[in-house]
Design a protein around this ligand. Structure first.
Ligand code: GLN
Length: 362
């Protein structure tokens, strides 16, 4: 079966349909990772987006039962150059095509993904629709132009009620779930933390009444300004207990303490983004997935300091507070399948929590 992608600027790409036989609309973004497609397609931060993988062969090790970042996939579509039909791996359970059909996600393969990526790099992320080749392009373009991107993405992926993962060392973390990846929970548990996961809009008093030793703000989809009603709660929590924010969590901490965020042209999505730690000069290779960034100019006059910067474009990649024990990064130390250069940020958080509890001294 043939299928096409129609972009809001009128460009079309025709190829072969994979996955579910449904029409879907979303913001078209690209990811440059060579592996990790299963984690990417189930990362809740991609909620509603159509993801183009720039690596030309995707699906070659199939889909397994272990590498999901959330129980349900969150993307609205996937675009690849070639989807492996005969994957080989000892953990493989299904092919990418079978899994996409089962989870009701449409895909497109056999198109020139380099051309599509160049368009996104030039014009910025664009709205697009995956549909049957018979669809009237002009009509779809008009509809796409009028389509508003949804603004309730965090509410749709956050847990509806709190739940608990027992730990081994008596340090309790409340993880505020804006669309948390399983990797964050895994990294906290592997350091012995007890983890209580709470809905994104849990009031500060309820969070503090759980007597946390630390609070973690997760990654999540959409524009951080869409959930500005949670900012006073984040501020109160971060003023009270050691706090660590990742990606959307980083952007929300910045907003809560007076900075601003802005949308980048095409964002950062991939597994080899170099980030410099300004104090040590050390560069880490990081996994990234974001459209928004903290505006450098807006930090003046706030109590926040830039700790990390992207080596490619100089954008803000990490922040800390002048006096309070909190810090945040725009990238993903919990990334799976890696890189693992930034795992020590979880150790840093662990140390911060134990210092605050008086278990260790600064
Ligand atoms: N991975 C994330 O948490 C992404 C944060 C935010 N939705 C952005 O696109 O910038």
């Amino acid at each position: 079966m043939r299928r096409k992608l129609i972009l809001e600027n009128g460009e079309t790409f025709t190829g072969k349909a994979i996955g579910a036989a449904i029409e879907q609309t979303g913001e078209v973004v690209f990811n440059t990772s060579m592996t990790g497609y299963q984690e990417i397609l189930t990362d809740p931060s991609y909620k509603g987006q159509i993801v183009t993988m720039t690596y030309p062969l995707i699906g070659n090790y199939g889909v397994n039962r272990d590498d999901f970042e959330s129980i349900y996939p969150n993307v609205n579509g996937v675009i690849v150059k070639e989807a492996a039909e005969g994957p080989s791996h000892f953990r493989k359970e299904k092919t990418l095509d079978e899994w996409l059909k089962q989870t009701n996600i449409p895909g497109l393969c056999g198109i020139d993904t380099r051309k599509l990526t160049k368009i996104i790099r030039t014009f910025g992320t664009l709205k697009g629709r995956l549909c049957d080749i018979e669809q009237d392009t002009l009509k779809v373009v008009e509809e796409l132009k009028k389509t508003e991107l949804p603004r309730d993405q965090v509410a749709s992926v956050s847990t509806k009620s709190q739940f608990w993962h027992p730990g081994t060392n008596n340090n309790r973390v409340v993880l505020i779930d804006y669309g948390a990846k399983k990797g964050i929970v895994k990294d906290l548990l592997s350091r012995g933390f007890e983890v209580i996961v709470v809905p994104y809009d849990t009031p500060a008093e309820s969070i503090l009444s759980l007597s946390p030793d630390g609070v973690m703000l997760s990654n999540g989809p959409g524009n951080p300004e869409d959930i500005s009603h949670v900012l006073p709660h984040i501020k109160q929590v971060a003023e009270t207990v050691p706090t660590f924010g990742i990606c959307l969590g980083h952007q929300l901490l910045a907003l809560a303490f007076g900075a601003e965020t802005e949308k980048m042209t095409f964002g950062h999505r991939g597994a080899n983004h170099p980030v410099k730690h300004l104090d040590s000069g050390r560069v880490s290779i990081t996994s990234q997935n974001h459209s928004y960034t903290v505006s450098e100019h807006s930090l003046e006059g706030t109590p926040l300091q830039v700790t990390h910067r992207n080596v490619n474009d100089g954008s803000v990649e990490g922040l800390r507070h002048n006096t309070l024990p909190f810090f945040s990064v725009q990238y993903h130390p919990e990334a799976s399948p890696g890189p693992e250069d930034s795992k020590q940020l979880f150790d840093h958080f662990h140390t911060m929590v134990e210092q605050k509890r008086g278990i260790i001294h600064a």
